[in-house]
Design a protein around this ligand. Structure first.
Ligand code: TYD
Ligand code: MG
Length: 451
């Protein structure tokens, strides 16, 4: 019996090679090649009846009118998509297992008045029905198809085209044109390619759910992300109720927006005032807590940064950051040691961003440093004081972007003081309910705070 032909694909960029190689010549990454069965047949058009042929047109003759967008019943999702769903767009929603991808898209399917086909290769009809009952079934223009063979799905789409297609998940689909198993690089690439053709030719939007691998990237070839129009990432901590949808790529809008949801017993609910949930409502005044105003995308958020400093038990002190980059924490500690003369070398330092958030805004720096020093001295920070500034290597308090928006957010939430960099120019006049304190160096901030 002749051996089946196999070939090697790079999982990162899709580069094909007849033998295994350590470093991919396509994307220079190491150890990304996986063996797969060689595609046996030529790839054809998505429709049985052949393909349309496009003709070149002069650019002036192309209509410039902005495309009519489909408004989804979900404000947060409209926001991250850049103002609604564009007909013919292919959207990939990635996220860890159990985070709520199926819930979010089934919810869209059930709530939007447009005719939607929800294709599931992950769950049975009954499972979907049970989930739908939890969320609440509102209209009957949502159809469920449990199928994984792409050709069958395309037949359904050709016979009775819906206005929106949802596929849960792209990793479960396979085409009989290839011998490879579902979820393999070549299958994912092929199936996405066909669905993309379908979306573009018929002007019907397609939303795909994608799994995420251990390292946090969407499983399958990186080119999957290149192929689609929009990549959304669903993040959050499964042990907390809050979820964030971020735009990683968007051909039809910015990548600044952010959708915030709360997982409830009856599906996901958009959160209108995010700051209110991340600020703990507590009576006691505790040390080691600083309130930061950060920007996520273009939304200002206020949250608690917490720190615990305690005497190191082992020779090497421990450093740990939950939700915050450890290297940045080490840098901040080095700055505190060098520029402010605090001996943190013999102390364990733990920091945590409340609510299971993972943030990168440098404006967190000052709040974290203040929380660390507050824990070190065991002296609480003023409760109605917010922080928003970056710390530089020489201990300078650096300006942050959109400071007016941050001040306004702190003011709105009843804060009486905010500490920012003296290099930040504030433009809009503030009502005077909030005092703005400006500093140039971190040691000046500490002498003001701790005397
Ligand atoms: P799911 O949407 O299946 O996640 P994914 O498709 O990303 O793997 O499920 C998310 C979790 O949310 C699941 O553990 C159950 C929970 N859940 C709720 O808390 N409330 C709900 O209304 C629903 C439908 C699910
Ligand atoms: Mg799912």
């Amino acid at each position: 019996m002749s051996k089946q032909k196999t070939t090697f694909f790079c999982k990162s960029c899709g580069f094909e090679s007849p033998k295994w190689i350590g470093k991919c010549p396509g994307c220079n990454q190491w150890n990304t090649f996986a063996e797969e069965l060689k595609p046996s047949k030529q790839v054809t058009a998505w429709k049985k009846s052949g393909r349309k042929i496009a003709e070149p047109k002069p650019i002036q003759s192309i209509e410039a009118s902005t495309q009519e967008r489909i408004q989804l019943p979900d404000e947060e999702l409209n926001l991250v998509l850049g103002g609604g769903l564009v007909p013919g767009a292919v959207i990939l929603l990635g996220g860890e297992p159990g985070i709520g991808k199926s819930t979010l898209l089934l919810q869209i399917a059930l709530q939007t008045p447009i005719k939607t086909l929800y294709v599931s290769g992950e769950e049975s009809e009954t499972q979907i029905r049970l989930r739908a009952e939890r969320i609440g079934i509102q209209d009957n223009r949502c159809e469920i198809l449990t199928e994984t063979l792409l050709e069958n799905i395309l037949d359904v789409l050709e016979k009775d085209p819906p206005e929106l297609v949802i596929v849960d998940s792209i990793q479960t689909l396979y085409t009989d044109q290839l011998d490879a198993t579902p979820g393999s690089v070549s299958q994912i690439r092929e199936c996405t390619g066909k669905l993309l053709q379908f979306a573009k030719e018929e002007d019907i939007p397609v939303m795909l759910i994608g799994h995420i691998t251990k390292d946090g990237s969407i499983a399958g070839p990186k080119i999957l992300e290149h192929m689609v129009d929009t990549v959304l990432q669903f993040e959050g901590d499964r042990h907390h109720a809050y979820r964030i949808v971020r735009t990683l790529k968007n051909r039809f809008g910015g990548t600044q927006e952010l959708g915030i949801y709360e997982m409830a017993g009856n599906g996901l609910r958009g959160v209108k005032n995010p700051s209110e949930i991340w600020l703990a409502q507590r009576e006691e005044v505790l040390s080691g807590i600083g309130i930061a105003v950060v920007l996520e995308g273009i939304r200002p958020l206020m949250l608690e940064t917490q720190a615990l400093v305690s005497t190191a038990v082992y020779g090497t002190p421990q450093r740990s950051g939950t939700g915050f980059d450890l290297r940045r924490l080490n840098m901040l500690l080095a700055v505190l040691e060098k520029r402010c003369g605090f001996r943190l070398g013999q102390q364990d330092v733990f920091v945590n961003l409340a609510g299971g958030l993972k943030l990168e805004d440098p404006a967190l720096d000052l709040s974290l440093c203040a929380a660390i020093m507050s824990s070190f001295y065991n002296q609480p920070l003023p409760t109605k004081c917010a922080f928003s500034a970056e710390i530089g290597l020489s201990g300078e308090v650096r300006a942050v972007q959109r400071v007016d928006q941050r001040i306004a957010e702190a003011e709105k939430l009843g804060f009486t003081d905010i500490i920012i960099s003296k290099y930040n120019k504030t433009n809009s006049p503030h009502q005077g309910n909030i005092k703005i304190h400006t500093f140039g160096r971190i040691d000046e901030v500490f002498s003001w705070l701790f005397g």
